[in-house]
Design a protein around this ligand. Structure first.
Ligand SMILES: Cc1cc2nc3c(=O)[nH]c(=O)nc-3n(C[C@H](O)[C@H](O)[C@H](O)COP(=O)(O)OP(=O)(O)OC[C@H]3O[C@@H](n4cnc5c(N)ncnc54)[C@H](O)[C@@H]3O)c2cc1C
Length: 414
């Protein structure tokens, strides 16, 4: 059973289905399909590996950029690094996963034929998971004769219907349920309010307030040159509780959004102020991009890290953002979800030991989460030489297989 039907939930569902397990995903969104937030995603090594392993649709996933450029305030290139990076879009990734998981048809790709040996895949929308309870050992209503107990997942629909489903293992793919409906207090996430807001990779690095990355994404799944979109991330620091933060996080209808402001909902006056700031602070090329954007996707940057990733003896497992919510500049959230899903499936399949599964999953989550915080402190709050920012950026591109996790990142008990 997967809680949350975004990329992490779908990745886990796909990987377990391929092993022959019967899987069900409960997604709280009242509509059958999720909408992207208008942002592209970097297809890191684990995302590409995941698609290599589980994608049976025949179409390209990503486009490649070949260099990273750094501009000064005047817009001159002050440094260039040759570096390959694959980029895709959230919607293409989502529809490819849905086509492979539960055969959803879309203009993005053709649905592959069912594969022999695969388990069943059920995706149910409008199922807001409200609670998860460990089922006592012995007979249960849904699965008479089972021993060892399972996990009962309670849901509620937007129409007020309620129900529950019994599962052997629950993958929590959302930090919302991990926080509010987790099996134990320990599992609750520490979501710390961020000190900056990201809207939206040459990079412009300036102290104490902003950095900006652009990358190409595919429009409606298209990766053809000339039809792609430009994706950017632009950070602005606002002290917690400041008028500016309240203003940018209050939508055009006067509703204060906690974390995310969907495209089209930003107060035009608040966005106009951002445009002014962009003109004052950014290289002209980037200011032009920010000023030309009419429907930004604004997000308060938060730090989230669960102390553990499995509960109740492995009956509840956290995947992706539910385990660690990375800052955007790590460009690693989708890779984490893909990696967590792959190594969990390998563990279930007996290909990796429990110790290896735990060390690799926790190491990735803790180490990259900390790296994201450190990078943010350097670029948003410190006046460092350009070389330091270039170093940070290059380190963030280290392939996961080459990362050496410190002991604190991989430590676990039991
Ligand atoms: C609609 C949507 C659009 C996104 N668009 C982009 C994008 O364009 N670019 C980008 O870089 N990243 C985007 N992301 C984030 C990106 O998917 C994740 O950071 C990353 O892929 C890890 O995915 P995840 O599945 O671990 O977490 P998430 O993507 O956060 O998925 C969590 C899922 O759980 C569901 N959920 C939450 N609470 C409950 C509950 N109580 N019961 C049932 N379901 C619940 C949510 O609706 C969501 O679908 C988007 C996420 C979503 C949900």
């Amino acid at each position: 059973m997967g809680v949350g039907g975004s990329l992490g939930g779908l990745a886990t569902g796909l990987a377990l289905k391929a092993l022959g397990h019967n899987t069900t995903i409960l997604e709280r969104n009242p509509k059958p399909l999720l909408q992207d937030q208008g942002a592209g995603i970097v297809a890191g090594g684990d995302t590409l590996d995941f698609f290599e392993r589980y994608n049976r649709c025949n179409r390209p996933l990503a486009v490649t950029s070949y260099a990273r450029q750094y501009l000064n305030r005047e817009g001159n290139i002050v440094h260039k690094e040759e570096m390959l990076q694959s980029m895709t879009s959230w919607d293409l990734t989502y529809y490819l996963m849905r086509a492979n998981y539960d055969g959803v048809e879309s203009p993005y790709c053709e649905v592959p034929d069912p594969a022999p040996g695969h388990g069943t895949a059920v995706h149910i929308h409008d199922r807001n998971v409200t609670e998860i309870r460990e089922e006592p050992s012995g007979d249960s209503q849904d699965k008479p004769g089972r021993t060892g107990g399972g996990v009962r997942v309670f849901w509620k629909s937007s129409q007020g219907d309620e129900g529950s489903i019994l599962a052997d293992i629950v993958n929590e793919n959302t930090l919302d349920t991990a926080r509010c409906a987790g099996p134990s207090r320990k599992m609750r996430q520490a979501r710390k309010p961020g000190r900056h807001v990201a809207s939206g990779s040459p990079s412009s690095i300036a102290p104490a307030s902003r950095s900006l990355h652009t990358s190409f994404r595919a429009k409606d799944g298209t990766v053809e040159p000339g039809k792609r979109l430009l994706n950017f991330v632009y950070y602005t620091n606002f002290p917690e509780g400041s008028d500016e933060l309240e203003e940018i996080m209050t939508d055009c209808n006067g509703r204060r959004r906690a974390i995310t402001m969907p495209p089209g909902m930003t107060d035009p006056n608040a966005w106009e102020k951002q445009r002014k700031l962009a003109r004052e602070r950014l290289p002209p090329q980037f200011a032009e991009i920010v000023c030309g954007t009419n429907k930004p996707f604004v997000q308060a940057v938060t730090d989230v890290l669960s102390p553990e990733h499995e509960y109740w003896g492995g009956k509840v497992v956290l995947i992706g953002d539910a385990l660690a919510g990375f800052r955007p500049h790590t460009v690693a959230s989708t890779s984490q979800a893909a990696f967590d899903a792959m190594i969990f499936a390998d563990y279930i399949d007996g290909k990796v030991s429990r110790e290896e599964w735990k060390r690799q999953t926790l190491g990735f989550a803790r180490y990259i989460q900390k790296r994201g915080v450190d990078m943010g402190e350097h670029s948003q709050h410190m006046d460092l030489p350009l070389e330091d920012h270039i170093h940070d950026r290059n380190v963030a591109s280290t392939p996961r297989q080459e990362e050496v996790y410190p002991d604190w990142a991989t430590a676990f008990s039991g």
